[in-house]
Design a protein around this ligand. Structure first.
Ligand SMILES: [Zn+2]
Length: 230
């Protein structure tokens, strides 16, 4: 760690300690609730910002017991996204609220009906629902009628006895679908909707095809991909 980074980290840690002490001194909150126990990942006897942040995340954010999955078929950043998705650590409005941020609303940006949380954005929201339906028709395989939670998509893939080539194609499609649903949601938040809903399905087919072309020995031709991807 550079001296600059170390200085910034120490300043953040000092601010956290000062905030906790201020709360403790106010007497408004029982002392036992302020006894934050940070696991020391380096076993060096010091308190690190990374450990403090992880302890706060672990105590405030939902967690998943799902195993970490890592596949060479999809790009690194998509693997990281999938990992964060399964852990439910994406920055949704509800996760921000759980972390203690004061936010104006926790309503879904896309439909303004459901909550801005993982399983709504990626499964139940109107746009997600429409996209999954189109994926089912395109792939022409018996997908479950609906996934209850996002992990269900991965459970379903893991439980199949399909050959590796077919599993690879399905994984690429599922990953691309989830990725473009995230991009669509984030684009509405940050870019005011430059990604159009009508383009999502095409983008999913393009991304999943490009990933297979670049990384899989089971890469299909574009014509095959459009007509009979599995
Ligand atoms: Zn929605």
């Amino acid at each position: 760690m550079t001296s600059v980074q170390k200085g910034i980290s120490q300043k953040i840690l000092s601010n956290i300690v000062a905030s906790v002490k201020s709360l403790q001194d106010s007497g408004d909150i029982p002392e036992e609730t302020l006894q934050l126990k940070f696991k020391n990942s380096r076993n060096d006897g010091n308190c690190h910002v990374l450990d403090a942040r992880k302890s706060l995340d672990d105590s405030h954010l939902p967690t998943s017991s799902y195993r970490t999955r890592w596949t060479k078929v999809i790009p690194l950043k998509i693997n990281i996204f999938i990992w964060r998705l399964i852990m439910d650590r994406l920055p949704s409005r509800i996760n921000f609220a759980l972390k203690g941020f004061d936010i104006n609303t926790n309503i879904c940006l896309i439909c303004s009906v459901g909550g801005d949380l993982r399983d709504h954005t990626f499964i139940f929201c109107r746009v997600a629902n429409t996209i999954w339906r189109r994926i089912r028709i395109w792939t022409a395989i018996p997908w479950p009628d609906s996934f209850i939670i996002t992990e269900d998509a991965f459970d379903w893939m893991d439980s199949s006895n399909d050959p590796l080539s077919k599993k690879t194609h399905i994984y690429s499609i599922v990953a691309a679908t989830l990725w473009w649903l995230l991009r669509f949601r984030n684009d509405m938040l940050h870019e005011n909707g430059t990604i159009k809903e009508r383009d999502l399905f095409v983008n999913i087919r393009l991304s999943s095809f490009a990933w297979l072309q670049a990384r899989s020995k089971f890469a299909p031709t574009w014509t095959t991909w459009l007509c009979n991807p599995l």
